[in-house]
Design a protein around this ligand. Structure first.
Ligand code: PLP
Length: 329
């Protein structure tokens, strides 16, 4: 006989390093600033998850690194951009767990000032390998992993953003956490808006909603970089993989990704994303990150302006962290 799904999920090894539940807060002053037709808006504060200055990577790495420890790994190697939140949190986890950490980071040229995340990667003791393009990262990770294996080190390679079915289980749990908070607050939501890039967060949220039998909640992933079809197909693959991991068959969810708010490209602000950062900071004292959630918020604000959202609806905006991208040393 099959175990119930929460028990199957509970049996998958997970480190308990984050600080949960992260708060859900109403954004009343922000909502009023958007005008009388704005929906009711709440924010899920996953910028407060804890280790490595928080963000969405904490929840995914709790699964990934539990497996790495179970596999006897001594070194962890992963990839990202020079300001990568995923790499910074991986470095913090490795320091905490006593694992060697190797990071392959891409930047077109060595930075003139040190991004705060890179400063912290080094502070946490990670070994840094710089490459010039996104395309070189994966091959470099493979080569470095081979070298470490040749030296007799057991290595765990973590793909971009830890966005695999295993990592995405962090957001299956997160959705369950949010659903119980909302139930206790007597709030029913119609939409979730969040930044979506390597797909782990969106697939975990979608799978979590299926398990909770809440398929009517619309999840809108807003891209900071890639075209919508490429992110949504990645999300579909991960959702299927989560089903296999948990041994459940489910309806394939409709995956919605918006790529209208990227502007000139990854990490380059738009006037709308900069306005979103200012408005939330000045009405609520909450800071968005410039690369991901500011563009997601710009998307949500645009939907309010276009009247795609209405005053009788409720939105949960999921803050995924990353504010350190605002700072250089
Ligand atoms: C701060 C922040 N928000 C959102 C995302 C997107 O999450 P995902 O890669 O799971 O789609 C990332 C990582 O890419 C991130 O660092």
């Amino acid at each position: 006989m099959k175990l119930p799904i929460p028990e199957r999920l509970g049996r998958i090894p997970r480190l308990n390093l984050g600080v949960y539940p992260t708060p859900i807060e109403p954004l009343e002053r922000f909502q009023r600033a958007l005008g009388k037709n704005a929906p009711r808006i709440f924010i899920k504060r996953d910028d407060y998850t804890g280790p490595g200055f928080g963000g969405n990577k904490v929840r995914k790495l709790e699964y990934f690194l539990a497996q790495a420890l179970a596999d006897g790994c001594e070194a962890v190697i992963t990839i990202g951009g020079i300001k990568s939140n995923h790499c910074r949190v991986t470095a913090a986890f490795c320091a905490r767990l006593g694992l060697r950490c190797v990071l392959v980071l891409n930047a077109p040229s060595p930075p003139e000032t040190t991004p705060a995340s890179l400063f912290l990667d080094e502070l946490y003791g990670a070994e840094i390998h710089l490459v010039t393009s996104r395309e070189e990262r994966r091959a470099t990770m493979g080569l470095l992993a081979e070298q470490l294996r040749a030296e007799g080190t057991t290595v765990c390679e973590i793909p971009l953003g830890a966005s695999t079915p295993l990592g995405a289980l962090g957001y299956v749990n997160a959705m369950q956490e949010a659903a119980s908070q909302l139930e206790a607050m007597e709030v029913t939501i119609d939409y979730i808006f969040h930044a979506s890039s390597s797909g782990g967060t969106q697939s975990g949220i979608l799978a979590g909603l299926q398990l909770l039998n809440l398929p009517q909640v619309q999840v809108i992933g807003v891209s900071p970089d890639d075209a919508a079809p490429s992110i949504s197909s990645e999300v579909s693959v991960i959702v299927r993989g989560i089903g296999e991991l948990l041994d459940v068959s489910w309806h394939h969810p409709h995956v919605m990704v918006l790529d209208d708010y990227i502007g000139a490209g990854y990490g380059i602000g738009t006037s709308e994303s900069e306005a979103a950062i200012k408005l939330l900071a000045r009405t609520e004292g909450i800071v968005l990150d410039p690369t991901y959630s500011a563009k997601a918020m710009a998307g949500m604000i645009d939907w309010v302006r276009q009247e795609k959202l209405s005053a009788d609806e409720t939105v949960l905006f999921w803050h995924t962290g990353g504010q350190l991208a605002l700072f250089n040393l």
